[in-house]
Ligand binder design. Structure first.
Ligand SMILES: Nc1ncnc2c1ncn2[C@@H]1O[C@H](COP(=O)(O)OP(=O)(O)O)[C@@H](O)[C@H]1O
Ligand SMILES: O=P(O)(O)OC[C@H](O)CO
Length: 639
């Protein structure tokens, strides 16, 4: 009897069930969209029950279309939209309100308040993520605060939390009747509650976000048998779960460090495999778990997440009605030669990587009466290209290696004009594999490996075949000119819903620099006390030095030579060694003296007060961007 592997891809707009054969070929597909609820500006919700109902329809349909029975399914792998938060009653299985989707920005003010709380600077180091509305923990807290009685129920374990794979696995394995409450490491790594190194829920993070442990699922590997289905189609082993972008990394067979892919769907997500040690970004990338096979060490990834790409095309179609279907955007864009000077920055959910400005909102810039809907269509597609460029630049800066080829997948890769533009603005070849359903393929691969349907990763690599390739053609001068316009347009989005951190910091830059100096001195003083929490102090010092050094070199004296403190900061970050600390203290004291006598006086002499305020805004913004990023002190840290 021939066997197949089943994958479920529970995405932002639809749920797909696909059966694959042993050669990784697609045998049948069943798909259903679910409704998007936008109850208020910035709010995005899904009905978790509708998604569960859809699964109940598509699984039998995929089996029927393939003409096979459940006994021929070797295993089921689930990939899912990540960060979307479902709370439900353990006894009835009824969700508590609608699921709050990853694009939702209602926690904006809460996140900003959290950023000012003690301990905020440690969050990123523990979980690899910046404080942003994108992730699950602020959403859980928001629900616990806004729904009367919910916190008590959650503390008793009567209300459960899960991302979508948790919700589906719990339901598939029995729901209120013995359902298994689990999540996998990749999904858990998007909650802000998991410690990136121990791969377990972290007490400090739970306390910071005020989330009761009793409501959380058990964290498991990405490939292991969590249970067997007892509902929908009984008797199928559920053998893998991964966040959809991690599943795509797996489906693209990016198993080795240095391999990367970008999936172009509702949003777009570039992931780079960084191996078994987490690399912490200093350029606005996320650190996330890429996958964990059984008991093997977890493999980590750096991720550049872009919130709005395909959904901008959807908005062009549904919101503006300028096209009837997504593919028509290419036809319309081809009616003109170029963008006519027009740029669209789709900061609908703020801006994600590498900016992380949740207060930003979208703009259409460069409008003149020359602009037609054809130009707007171009600007829509180009927005995806430029956002990719920003993310690739940041990724290259973090990894120290320039990306040489980009593997792509997802619905938008059907657009040739767009893929050519991506190759043009990145100046690297873009390649697409034969199987475009990479998320599902990755989930299937993981489940198949888990039960021995496929023996090893090498065999899977052999299934990857190139189906499309786009080579860069754009004139470099034009590329840089247009990129400068794009960046200008991006700046316009900042501070729209309220002044951005950059705008609120209306302080003379010399005062900001001095405030940092005083804090550094204080930290060195406290570090001499054996009874102090020296690890926490060293952590704050490392973050502060990095943020200060970066902001100073970027805003105040880009070309000036400085003292290389990377080795000492590294030693301090890794083991707080006494010798490194003493050396660092001397270097920092010298720096403070020199800067206060030299640079700050020079600024007072040569720069007007208004300009110093403006420099202060730039310094504060740059510093804030770096501050919650744990530094990789090996890279270019100079005072
Ligand atoms: N030919 C096209 N050109 C540009 N965008 C497209 C095209 N076809 C589909 N899209 C966009 O791709 C997205 C769907 O891709 P898909 O990978 O199915 O997304 P998801 O998994 O996020 O639901 C939609 O947002 C749609 O607007
Ligand atoms: O469902 P997609 O393809 O839009 O992916 C959503 C991401 O997982 C959000 O982080």
């Amino acid at each position: 009897m021939q066997h197949y592997v089943m994958a479920v891809d529970q995405g932002t707009t639809s749920t797909r069930c696909i059966l694959f054969d042993a050669r990784g070929r697609l045998v049948s597909v069943a798909q259903r969209e679910h409704q998007q609820h936008f109850p208020r500006p910035g709010w995005v919700e899904h009905d978790a029950t509708e998604i569960w109902r859809n699964l109940g329809r598509i699984v039998p349909q995929a089996l029927a279309d393939a003409g096979i029975g459940a006994e021929q399914v070797a295993a089921l792998g689930i990939a899912n939209q990540r960060e979307t938060t479902v709370l439900w009653d353990r006894h009835t299985g009824v969700p508590v309100g609608r699921a709050i989707v990853w694009q939702d920005t209602r926690t904006d003010a809460m996140v900003e308040a959290l950023a000012r709380e003690p301990g905020a600077d440690r969050v990123r180091r523990l979980c690899g993520l910046p404080l942003a509305t994108y992730f699950s923990a602020p959403r859980i807290r928001w629900q616990l605060e806004h729904m009367p009685g919910l916190r008590e129920r959650a503390e008793r374990g009567d209300v459960l939390f899960g991302t979508i794979e948790s919700w589906l696995i719990w339901n598939l394995t029995g729901g209120p009747d013995g359902g298994v409450h689990v999540t996998d490491v990749t999904n858990a790594s998007r909650t802000m509650l998991m410690n990136l190194r121990t791969l377990s829920w972290d007490d400090e993070l739970l306390e910071f976000f005020d989330v009761p442990r009793a409501m959380l699922p058990e964290i498991r590997s990405s490939t292991e048998v969590y249970g067997t289905t007892s509902r929908v189609v009984p008797g199928i082993r559920i053998a893998a779960a991964l966040g959809d972008q991690q599943a795509a990394l797996f489906g693209q067979t990016c198993f080795a460090p240095g391999e990367a892919k970008c999936t172009y769907g509702t949003g777009s997500f570039l992931l780079l495999n960084t191996g078994t040690t987490p690399v912490l970004s200093t350029h606005g990338m996320l650190t996330t778990v890429g996958f964990r096979i059984g008991e093997e060490p977890a493999v980590y990834a750096l991720e550049g997440s872009i919130a709005v790409t395909g959904s901008l095309v959807q908005w062009f179609r549904d919101g503006l009605g300028l096209i009837g279907s997504a593919p028509e955007i290419e036809t319309l864009a081809r009616t003109v030669e170029d963008n006519g000077g027009c740029y669209i920055v789709p900061a609908f959910s703020g801006l994600f990587a590498p900016h992380w400005h949740s207060e930003a909102r979208g703009v259409i810039a460069g409008l003149t009466s020359y602009i037609t809907k054809g130009h707007l269509a171009r600007a829509v597609l180009e927005a995806t290209g430029w956002q990719t460029r920003e993310v690739v630049e940041a990724m290259n800066a973090d990894s120290g290696i320039a990306l040489s080829t980009l593997r792509v997948d997802g619905g938008m890769t059907a657009d040739n004009l767009l893929m050519q533009f991506v190759a043009d603005v990145l100046d690297v070849p873009v390649v697409r594999p034969m199987v475009a359903e990479t998320v599902s393929l990755g989930a299937a691969y993981a489940a198949g490996l888990s039960v021995g349907y496929w023996p090893d990763l090498e065999g899977l690599r052999r299934n990857w075949h190139r189906a499309g390739q786009w080579l860069p053609e754009m004139d470099p001068a034009r590329r840089e000119r247009e990129y400068a316009h794009w960046r200008q347009a991006v700046e316009l989005t900042f501070g729209w819903t309220r002044p951005s951190p950059a705008a609120t910091a209306g302080t003379d830059v010399t005062e900001l620099v001095q405030a940092d100096h005083r804090r550094m001195e204080e930290l060195f003083r406290e570090l001499r006390n054996d009874e102090a929490d020296r690890a926490a102090l060293a952590g704050e010092l490392v973050s502060l030095l990095t943020a200060h050094a970066t902001a100073t070199s970027r805003v105040l004296r880009p070309a000036a030579p400085g003292t290389d403190i990377a080795a000492d900061v590294l030693a301090l970050a890794e083991c707080a060694s006494e010798k490194a600390l003493l050396r660092l203290e001397t270097v920092v004291e010298d720096h403070i003296r020199a800067e206060e006598r030299g640079l700050l006086n020079e600024l007072r002499r040569t720069v007007s007060p208004a300009e110093r305020l403006s420099l202060g805004r730039a310094f504060a913004a740059e510093r804030a961007r770096r501050l919650d990023a744990t530094p990789d002190p090996r890279r270019g840290l100079r005072l």
